[in-house]
Design a binder for this molecule. Structure first.
Ligand code: UDP
Ligand code: MG
Length: 325
């Protein structure tokens, strides 16, 4: 049996403080797995520089010069975590039998990779890294994040609870992922749609080794909202239901108004009228907003803009892996 080539894919954005520390962890892991005869000696650590504004790319190039286990891909500009990760996975797909994606900040337990690979050897194409505890996260981050997974589930989007983007994917699963062309990328919702045999590995999430999170509350909320609207059309259904309910209520209201008029009691009415106008105005605007969100998504999808463009790589390539190939 030939040993599988593993690529660890790591998106990096402004991580110059973190990389010198965590890169060592990744290369040690490759070395350990190679020595144990679990992976091929051609396995690599692939960094994707997501248009960092600091010297992250210089750090990556330095690492690649020192140790051939490291490789780097540089995007033409900042495209966000999901696109950077996709760029890395699509590049790795051409060389690797199996990939593991992980953040570069050391928050995800790197030792879970051993178990992930065991699951892969046992025939899984996708292995999700799931956070068993989130004690190091603040109470706020924990509750909002867990609330998010619950809302997603109830809206019918198939996401794995407490799983972020730490996951193993086989080449076959990546080929499947490559055939999804959506621009509104939400990988943790897409991977379950790819299918194949999967399992989960549990680990404890640690604190960031250095630097700061790129996901403050505002970005987290918009990420959650994007995730929901790109995976589920339930909000539109809820609006339809709401519209139906309100129409029903207004029919009852009209009956009541006519009855009042019949009995000649049409004196006041100013308050109730204003209430209805305000309420309906608000509900309509809200509904328009939600529908508009979907139209915006359709607008972005129809343009089919590339999700990433690779500027340079630290290794020889026949041609850069660009999007839509
Ligand atoms: N990241 C990226 N592009 C961005 C923002 C973040 O590639 O525009 C990377 C970042 O370098 C890190 C990962 O995505 O490896 C997760 O980011 P972070 O640790 O800030 O998020 P958190 O773990 O706090 O949710
Ligand atoms: Mg992090």
């Amino acid at each position: 049996m030939t040993l599988p080539i593993l690529y660890i894919v790591i998106p990096c954005y402004n991580e110059q403080e973190v990389l010198p520390i965590t890169s060592k962890l990744f290369s040690d892991k490759i070395l350990q797995l190679t020595n144990q005869g679990k992976i091929s000696p051609n396995s690599k650590v692939l960094f994707v520089n997501d248009g960092s504004k600091d010297s992250t790319w210089q750090v990556i190039c330095g690492l690649c010069n020192e140790n051939p286990v490291f490789q780097g891909v540089c995007l033409s500009r900042n495209r966000g975590h999901q696109n950077a990760l996709l760029a890395g996975l699509m590049t790795a797909r051409r060389y690797a039998d199996v990939t593991i994606s992980i953040d570069c900040d050391g928050q995800d337990d790197i030792n879970a990779m051993d178990k992930m690979l065991d699951e892969y050897t046992d025939g899984c194409d996708v292995v999700y890294g799931v956070r068993s505890k989130r004690e190091t996260d603040t109470w706020f981050k924990r509750t909002t994040a867990e609330g998010f997974y619950k809302v997603m589930k109830s809206l019918g989007a198939d996401v794995v609870f407490n799983h972020a983007d730490y996951r193993l994917m086989s080449r076959r699963a990546l080929d499947g992922l490559a055939s999804f062309h959506e621009v509104n990328l939400f990988l943790r919702g897409l991977v379950p749609l790819v299918g194949y045999h999967y399992s989960s590995v549990y680990y404890e999430r640690a604190e960031r080794i250095a630097g700061e999170s790129h996901y403050p509350l505002k970005k987290m909320l918009s990420f959650a909202f994007d995730g929901i609207t790109s995976l589920s059309i339930k909000p539109i259904r809820i609006i339809t239901g709401l519209g139906f309910f309100i129409s029903l209520c207004s029919i009852l209201g009209i009956v009541w108004v006519l009855a009042t008029k019949l009995f000649g009691l049409t004196v006041s009415g100013w308050t109730s009228m204003l209430c209805a106008i305000f309420f309906m105005g608000g509900v309509q605007l809200l509904c328009l907003g939600v529908i508009g969100e979907y139209i915006g998504k359709i607008y972005n999808e129809t343009k089919r803009r590339p999700r990433f463009i690779i500027k340079e790589t630290t290794f020889e390539e026949e041609h850069h892996t660009n999007d839509y190939e």
